[in-house]
Write a protein that binds this ligand. Structure first.
Ligand SMILES: [Zn+2]
Ligand SMILES: [Zn+2]
Length: 348
């Protein structure tokens, strides 16, 4: 079968790989759509976050590895020991790899597993015609949820988890820093949770246009000082969601939070940053972060199915697997008008 295989930084090859026979405890999924994520870009451009050199303790896999952790598809084959799933079931994938035995897993916080990993970074993922998966990663799609929407369930789960774990209450004002796909989905999630004003702060006019189309108030931080606009209009927001992951946005996020408010960090940071602890203390504010999600996919799918989260709006381009490097990983760092690019792997 065809797969986009990570060999090393800047070396992802779309090539023929052999798919092993389906193990008794796994399910074989034929992939429909797979989304390209910021972490795929970190992996492709810098070799960050992907399993290199030593095998992952749970999956036993390391590079060369197939990337892709945001995907949907159809069950093609069910292992002999697997129950509850049928050939032909339409599914999306919750790509967390966890042990199920450590204290965090046993307390239900499986995203905090001591050995946490991701399908598509620590095991072979969805930029391939077929994937072998543990049944617990699968979530069945409501009939009216398309494969395109279902490929967005994973990043939507991140956004929804961030909003749920934050201090946002119905009627509060919030700000979102960085309106790439996760930032855009956070705008939608905050709106569905009852946010009044949602400010979107970014440096790309094109991205801000998309954010404005979703109903956010755009602020281009190259042209306007986010703090003076937001403090002037609202006196400060209850929650600033940080979805950019750089020093400037963290600093700015804290500056727009009202007293008692919160900075919720969603982004991954490539390097350590500084935080003004006196400003934090004087505001009696807090900084919180999330990693991925837990126990949230059924709610994500229900919200998409009900029309309350129109996630299709963040899709800006669809490509084929053969185009993934040029029109995906490379394009996404050059073309700031792009949000979510979906790879159509099979026509289903
Ligand atoms: Zn992702
Ligand atoms: Zn664990």
């Amino acid at each position: 079968m065809k797969a986009a295989v990570f060999h090393a930084a800047k070396d992802v090859r779309v090539e023929q790989v052999e798919l092993p026979a389906t193990p008794a405890d796994k399910v074989k999924v034929k992939v429909a759509y797979a989304g390209i994520c910021g972490s795929d870009l970190h992996a492709y451009h810098h070799g960050i976050g992907v399993q290199i050199g030593t095998p992952h303790p749970l999956s036993g896999k390391m590079a060369p590895l197939t990337l892709g952790h945001e995907f949907s598809g159809v069950i093609e084959e069910v292992g002999q020991e697997v129950s509850g799933w049928q050939v032909g079931d339409r599914v999306t994938i919750e790509p967390l790899i966890y042990c199920g035995a450590c204290a965090n897993c046993r307390s239900g916080n499986y995203n905090r597993c001591d050995q946490v990993g991701f399908v598509g970074l620590n095991d072979n993922g969805g930029f391939a015609e077929y994937v072998l998966l543990e049944p617990r990663t699968l979530h069945k799609l409501p009939d009216n949820v398309s494969f395109e929407e279902a490929a967005l369930a994973e990043p939507t789960a991140v956004a929804l988890h961030a909003v749920r774990e934050s201090k946002l209450k119905v009627g509060n004002n919030v700000a979102v820093f960085g309106v790439g796909p996760i930032g855009l989905l956070t705008i939608l999630a905050a709106q569905s949770a009852g946010a009044a004003r949602v400010y979107a702060v970014d440096v790309s006019a094109e991205r801000l246009e998309l954010a404005a189309r979703l109903g956010a108030i755009p602020i281009n931080s190259l042209q306007q000082d986010a703090a003076s606009v937001i403090l002037g209009e609202t006196g400060g927001v209850a929650v600033a969601y940080e979805a950019a992951g750089v020093q400037a946005t963290l600093t700015s996020a804290l500056s727009v939070v009202k007293k008692g408010g919160e900075v919720m960090v969603i982004a991954a940071y490539a390097a350590p940053v500084q935080l003004n602890m006196m400003e934090l203390m004087i505001k009696e504010a807090s900084v919180t972060s999330i990693l991925a999600y837990r126990h949230i996919f059924p709610d994500v799918l229900a919200l998409i199915s009900s029309g309350k989260l129109d996630v299709k709006q963040v899709i800006t381009k669809k490509i084929t697997l053969d185009q993934i490097v040029e029109d995906g990983f490379e394009l996404l760092v050059q073309d700031k008008s792009q949000a979510k690019i979906l790879v159509q792997v099979n026509e289903l």
